[in-house]
Design a protein around this ligand. Structure first.
Ligand code: NAD
Ligand code: GLY
Length: 354
């Protein structure tokens, strides 16, 4: 088992190890006195792992109440958020109780936001069950829901009391959902770890999961400890997200987040190459690694549509949007650009590689 410490304002640990799910109760009892645990999962995850986790929590002395919602990004809404709050109310969750988010990034974001706002904030624990949630979304305290006007527009920073990752649960993930997580893992490689990138470039073997999750979490933990509220260096974690979110929006949220981030990273690399920051080899290596992991490197939306969708990005600050651009595999920089330049940059992102 590996443990990564996250030194945010309220520090916590990420525990990573095969078979840990069956010991979730013991783990949670080490974090909080066993009272009521309100466990929320989507229907798929609830059916696969809900009973096992509930049994383990009960065995450790928790009184468990359980809720499930329909899986998918379409549930990350104010309506489901209200349903989760109603569930907390029925479960009579007080500030000495605990909320457990069991599932992927949708569950963690949605349930974390409900925990952040119920009684002005109750403690919550994350048990991520997708690779994306293990390497990224369960760590760092960003929670929220989508609004018709854009993705993650309503949210809060609310750190979990702990995160439990059991790579064994990834064996039931559909291949394309596993690939979503690989996109975020490759992102860490492009950002600051060329050795990690090289390790992922040909795909990942199951026995490497624990090490790779640990490395990605360590990178995210270090960045979030320095910039918990996303005002500086943490923005680097948005590599591929500016145009990635625009692609998601153009697809009516039909394209999954990780797939959109994969394309967004290629677009960022093309913009970087056009500005003379990186060379064509960087784009080629990135595209090869994404393809080897079953990820797309292009999407079908015109520059104007992408530029328009990027305007609603919550990271826009007045008339400026900050792009994360690679200088090389393993090194990126933040580049604020005036929004008037978005159509040009989007056109450059779509230009075929030579
Ligand atoms: P998800 O939570 O919708 O999970 C994807 C699918 O996998 C779902 O259908 C789910 O039911 C299924 N699933 C989950 N675990 C499973 C398992 N072990 N076996 C079989 N099926 C399983 O999506 P996701 O890709 O995990 O997360 C995407 C979300 O995360 C997006 O909303 C994105 O905005 C958010 N996100 C948040 C952060 C953050 O820092 N908070 C970072 C990155 C992404
Ligand atoms: N996924 C981006 C962040 O947590 O900041």
């Amino acid at each position: 088992m590996k443990t990564v410490a996250v030194h945010t304002g309220i520090p916590y640990e990420v525990s990573i190890g095969r078979g840990l799910l069956g010991r979730a109760g013991e783990w949670l009892a080490g974090l909080t006195a066993p009272r009521v645990a309100a466990m929320v999962a989507d229907d798929t995850v609830d059916a696969l792992y809900g009973d096992q986790v509930q049994q383990s929590l009960r065995g450790a002395g928790f009184r468990v109440s359980r809720m499930r919602f329909a899986h998918g990004e379409a549930s990350k809404t104010l309506e489901t958020y209200a349903a989760v709050l109603a569930f907390f109310s029925e479960s009579q969750i007080t500030r000495s109780d605990i909320v457990v988010a069991l599932g992927g990034g949708v569950t963690g974001d949605l349930v974390g936001f409900a925990a952040a706002t119920w009684l002005r904030g109750v403690r919550f624990a994350q048990i991520p069950t997708t690779l994306l949630a293990m390497v990224d979304s369960s760590v760092g305290g960003k929670t929220g829901v989508d609004l018709p006007a854009g993705k993650n527009l309503a949210g809060a920073f609310h750190q979990p009391v702990g995160v439990l990752c059991d790579p064994d649960v990834l064996s039931t993930l559909p291949g394309d959902v596993f690939a979503d997580g690989m996109a975020e893992a490759i992102k860490y490689g492009v950002l600051c770890d060329e050795a990690l990138f090289n390790r992922l470039a040909g795909g990942l073997r199951p026995e490497e999961l624990e090490t790779v999750i640990g490395r990605c979490v360590a990178i995210k933990a270090e960045i979030c400890a320095e910039d918990e509220r996303d005002t500086g260096r943490r923005q680097l974690l948005n590599l591929g997200h500016t145009l990635g979110h625009a692609i998601e929006r153009c697809s009516g949220y039909g394209m999954p987040h990780g797939h959109a981030v994969a394309v967004g990273m290629v677009y960022a690399a093309r913009i970087a190459a056009d500005l003379g920051l990186c060379d064509a080899g960087c784009i080629a290596r990135l595209k090869a690694a994404l393809r080897a992991n079953g990820l797309p490197t292009d999407a079908d939306y015109p520059a104007q549509a992408l530029a328009g969708a990027a305007l609603s990005d919550k990271k826009r600050s007045g008339g400026t949007l900050t792009f994360v651009l690679p200088r090389a595999i393993g090194r990126c920089e933040l580049r604020p650009v005036p929004v008037e330049r978005l159509p040009d940059l989007a056109a450059c992102a779509l230009r075929p590689d030579v």
